[in-house]
Ligand binder design. Structure first.
Ligand code: AMP
Ligand code: MN
Ligand code: MN
Ligand code: MN
Length: 286
């Protein structure tokens, strides 16, 4: 095992700049309290929180990697690609993220219309009350509104009943391409990482295509230990990382103290014989 795999790195979480409920400052404090040594904030499709996160990390004595989690469409499904060590001021990345965020308001209004048809009124206005960044309205904000208004008992029930494919509030959306996301990240000096691969409902062939095409475009890593994986899936994706020559990442995907079952910094360490993704971006750690 590489010595550096034994590191409490948490390289995936969300703030109010996307669909988390804590500020970058609150997250940095929580990361320190939980013993995180290397932290990255990876808001969806947005780098607007990065300068606050860098300052907050340093105020708490944490090492920091910049981050982002980009939504893409691959083989008809939504996939997430994390970028680590990017320059948050790089114009190509900023412009790309702005373009992919662009369709969110319209999508949200359509979601609201569809929910109205099943008797849930004014969901757009309701979701907006939970939004921290007007350019980043997400399904999570709708879920919080439906919990607040008593339609469901928690956000997972909302997703199950209303917000996933085939349910009344789901609106098909075309995000960026795999190639777009990997290029934006790479050109901004970062490394691209496939987020929580076990979450996607891919066939073995589709998954193979995702990993191969990701490599072809210059992708370098995959999340192995994440809040979205079971212990068995850590093993599966450690094998996939070795098979495809990808580095391994570790991150809780923490969103909120009330909603997330995995807190910052509480996951097991990376399994052995893997290259930790932080070794690839050692010069980007600040
Ligand atoms: P969006 O980018 O608007 O499609 O929203 C995606 C976000 O919804 C994800 O990043 C998660 O935070 C959240 N999410 C997706 N599926 C679920 C689920 N089954 N239960 C709870 N949250 C979910
Ligand atoms: Mn999210
Ligand atoms: Mn994700
Ligand atoms: Mn995430």
């Amino acid at each position: 095992m590489s010595v550096s795999s034994i590191l409490n790195a948490d390289l995936h979480c969300h703030s109010v700049v996307s669909d988390g409920t804590l500020t970058p400052e609150e997250l940095a404090l929580r990361a320190r309290t939980n013993g995180v040594e290397l932290w990255a904030l990876t808001d969806h499709d947005e780098v607007g929180g990065q300068h606050r996160a860098i300052a907050a990390a340093h105020a708490n004595g944490l090492k920091y990697l910049t981050g982002v989690e980009i939504s893409i469409t691959f083989a008809g499904h939504t996939v997430h690609i994390v970028g680590l060590g990017v320059d948050p001021d790089e114009q190509g990345l900023k412009q790309g993220l702005r373009s992919t965020r662009g369709g969110r308001s319209e999508r949200a209004m359509e979601m609201s219309e569809q929910l109205a048809r099943v008797g849930i009124k004014d969901a757009y206005e309701g979701a907006l009350k939970f939004v921290g960044n007007p350019e980043l309205i997400s399904r999570t904000h709708f879920a919080r509104f439906l919990v607040e208004s008593g339609v469901c008992k928690d956000t997972s029930e909302v997703f199950r009943k209303y917000l996933i494919e085939g349910k009344p509030g789901f609106v098909e959306h075309r995000w960026a391409t795999l190639q777009n996301s990997v290029e934006w990240i790479t050109q901004a000096g970062g490394v691209a990482v496939i987020a929580h691969p076990a979450r996607y409902k891919f066939s073995a062939n589709e998954e193979f295509a995702l990993f191969s095409e990701f490599k072809t475009h210059g992708g370098r890593g995959v999340e192995v230990v994440t809040g979205s994986h079971t212990a068995a899936e850590y093993v599966t994706y450690a094998d996939m990382a070795r098979e495809f020559g990808l580095a391994a990442s570790r991150g809780s995907d923490f969103h909120s103290p009330d909603e997330s079952h995995t807190d910052l910094g509480t996951l097991p360490f990376l399994p052995g014989q893997l290259t930790p993704v932080w070794d690839l971006v050692a010069d980007r750690i600040q």
